[in-house]
Write a protein that binds this ligand. Structure first.
Ligand SMILES: Cc1ncc(COP(=O)(O)O)c(C=O)c1O
Length: 363
């Protein structure tokens, strides 16, 4: 890797592309001849409005977001959307369906229960969230106001490989940890949201993509104005001061994605990157993936040795050798390599070489 950077396998906030950091660095005191940093500029200024418009347009083009969808850049993280979604959508029938496939889907479910009746359409806790339910396993309620799921389970390392079929019930999806890693048919969704700090930008901006007809639903009477999608869309994310600098970095990341072939290019690279690691995990006698093979995430790869002592030894040695943040989440233990868009293929190759060496020395 260039200069003194190390391979950072953090689940989020995560690595950003080096080119993006360098470009942002070169513009940090004077953006494009404006004489000021993007951090210092009014969000109503012509210069910033241009950044905002371009970022929205690039996101729309790269994800092929249809014209009848609005794009929001909000604060409050993905977690605020756990409440905003039911507050804006559940009143229609008072009910919603939730697929609980991991920690964040469970948090969203617990939040939504405050606002209506939430049916558990699936719960994979029976196998410690190591798989994704099939379509036929989903217990769907045709009267649900929406169906909620999390496309990629950051902690458990599972990923939905299909879009659930729910008839007329709109899909709401948390794509925080796999957005921009592959093409997605946005027209199949009511709402897509994602915290930016894995594949898009630093923490602090949350992308919400919403089908415009859903803006007409009656919201809960106590919905805060900052969580009312219609108000936010009408104000074009500027009901209050938006996270300007994060939107600017998101814009730079989108241009970087574009330069590598868009989300189609990202998909090709992520498949290659993940295959290197999974191929090794499948042949290793020491390291194992706990996830059912057909449900494995291409973004977050948990693995274990089966011995806590060896796991700890591996994490300590990996860290000392420049493989940062490789410890698994405390709910799962073991290790986890988060290999988002900005992780170079060389980073995964280097990690696998290091794992092979560790395996040889710890037979
Ligand atoms: C899939 C998923 N959803 C939601 C969240 C919570 O996001 P935030 O911290 O932006 O609220 C995370 C955080 O890691 C996540 O991975």
């Amino acid at each position: 890797m260039t200069n003194d950077r190390i391979y950072n396998f953090s689940a989020g906030p995560s690595m950003l592309p080096l080119e993006v950091l360098q470009k942002a660095g070169s513009e940090i005191t004077n953006y494009n001849g404006s004489g000021m940093s993007v951090m210092e500029m009014s969000h109503r200024s012509k210069v910033f409005i241009k950044i905002h418009e371009e970022t929205k347009a690039d996101l729309r083009r790269l994800l092929k977001i249809p014209e009848n969808y609005s794009i929001l850049f909000l604060q409050g993280g993905a977690t605020l959307q756990f409440a905003a979604v039911p507050m804006n959508l559940i009143k229609l029938t008072g009910k919603a369906d939730y697929a609980i496939t991991g920690n964040f889907a469970n948090l969203a479910y617990k939040e939504a229960k405050k606002y209506g009746i939430c049916n558990v359409a699936a719960n994979t806790e029976d196998a410690n969230h190591t798989y994704i339910p099939s379509q036929s396993e989903l217990k769907l309620d045709s009267e649900a106001s929406y169906f909620y799921y999390c496309a990629n389970n950051t902690i458990y390392g599972t990923e939905w490989k299909y879009i659930p079929e729910t008839g007329n019930v709109p899909l709401v999806c948390d794509m925080s940890s796999n957005i921009m890693s592959k093409p997605v048919d946005v027209s199949k969704y009511g709402i897509i949201f994602a915290g930016a700090q894995k594949n898009m930008a630093p923490a602090g901006v949350t992308v919400v993509i919403i089908r415009n007809d859903l803006l007409e639903r009656e919201v809960m009477p106590y919905t805060p104005v900052m969580m009312n999608y219609k108000t936010l869309v009408e104000a074009d994310s500027m009901h209050n001061t938006p996270p300007c600098y994060n939107i600017y970095i998101l814009g730079l990341v989108l241009k970087w994605v574009d330069s590598l072939g868009g989300v189609e290019g990202m998909e090709k690279i992520k498949k290659e990157r993940a295959k290197i690691l999974y191929d090794y995990l499948d042949e290793s006698k020491l390291f194992k993936s706990p996830v059912r093979p057909d449900c494995r995430s291409d973004m977050n790869v948990p693995f274990v040795t089966g011995s806590k002592e060896l796991d700890d030894k591996f994490i300590a040695e990996a860290s000392a050798n420049g493989f940062a943040n490789i410890a698994g989440h405390r709910k799962v233990g073991g290790m986890r390599a988060s290999i988002y868009n900005a992780m170079p293929i060389e980073g995964v190759k280097a990690l696998v070489e290091f794992m092979k060496d560790f395996e040889t020395k710890n037979k």
